[in-house]
Design a binder for this molecule. Structure first.
Ligand SMILES: [Zn+2]
Ligand SMILES: [Zn+2]
Length: 259
């Protein structure tokens, strides 16, 4: 739904992605609105995985709740909305409820459950299993890998993270790695350590070491597109810049179709 960095331009959306039409990874600035441009209804979402509780990944949560206030009418058999994330997630949920004045207007927040998840956890969803890993960022942060239990196809999301070995092991042999590239390609390692983000060359290193089939960069500064892609391809020739609204299909291990 969005691939931009934290500084947004007109018509852009920041980190948020949909898997299989009913799983949302991060809520961007306004995922509930952004997804409707790409034929996904906010009431289609059953599971929300938050990588970490920085503003650009969680500001869309009140909007997602509000857009689901009529969930029961829109989808009479819809399951209870499930939220997964770091130890900060309950506080962010409470803040979203406060913003929606849920005490006075309880109908503005759909029924939901919040789950803290930890590195090494393995979750079983109806069609997917989800591996939870640690991301390396200034606050508690996760990366996730989704594997189709029928086909074995898999996709991993780095979340916001500097390079570290945990990302490599989570992404080992996956079909698609969706990796952030928020740090400038020109930044020095000292800067990386301060901001704890990845440069495109760091994302390429993870893809190489993990042996992923393809690498798509997200959360990058739109004005730096050519340089971000050039630096990623230097380290990993099968790298691409993900586009807002772009779709991909994983038919099985090694079979990725970009649309
Ligand atoms: Zn962050
Ligand atoms: Zn971010």
């Amino acid at each position: 739904m969005g691939v931009s960095g934290a500084s947004l331009g007109s018509g852009e959306e920041t980190a948020c992605y949909v898997v299989n039409g009913n799983i949302l990874i991060d809520t961007g600035w306004n995922a509930a609105v952004s997804m409707q441009s790409h034929d996904v209804a906010p009431t289609d979402i059953d599971h929300v995985f938050i990588t970490h509780c920085h503003q650009d990944h969680t500001l869309g949560l009140p909007g997602l709740f509000f857009a689901n206030r009529n969930r029961a009418q829109a989808r009479p058999n819809a399951p209870v909305l499930q939220l997964y994330g770091t130890r900060d997630l309950p506080a962010i949920r409470d803040a979203a409820c406060a913003m929606l004045q849920a005490e006075r207007d309880p109908q503005c927040v759909p029924e939901h459950e919040v789950h803290r998840v930890y590195p090494g956890d393995l979750l079983e969803l109806p069609e997917l299993k989800v591996d939870v890993g640690r991301a390396f960022h200034p606050l508690d942060a996760r990366c996730y890998r989704f594997t189709d239990t029928a086909t074995g196809g898999s996709i991993a999301f780095s979340g916001d993270s500097a390079y570290h070995e945990g990302l490599v092991s989570l992404a080992k042999g996956c079909d698609v790695l969706i990796h952030e590239a928020a740090a400038s390609p020109e930044s020095e390692v000292g800067g990386l350590q301060r901001y704890l983000h990845s440069r495109p060359q760091d994302a390429a290193r993870v893809a190489n070491e993990a042996g992923t089939i393809s690498l798509a960069l997200v959360h990058y500064q739109q004005s730096a597109r050519p340089e971000v892609l050039r630096r990623a391809k230097e380290g990993y020739p099968n790298a691409r810049l993900a586009e807002k609204g772009q779709r991909l299909q994983i038919l099985g291990p090694g079979q990725v179709v970009w649309q």
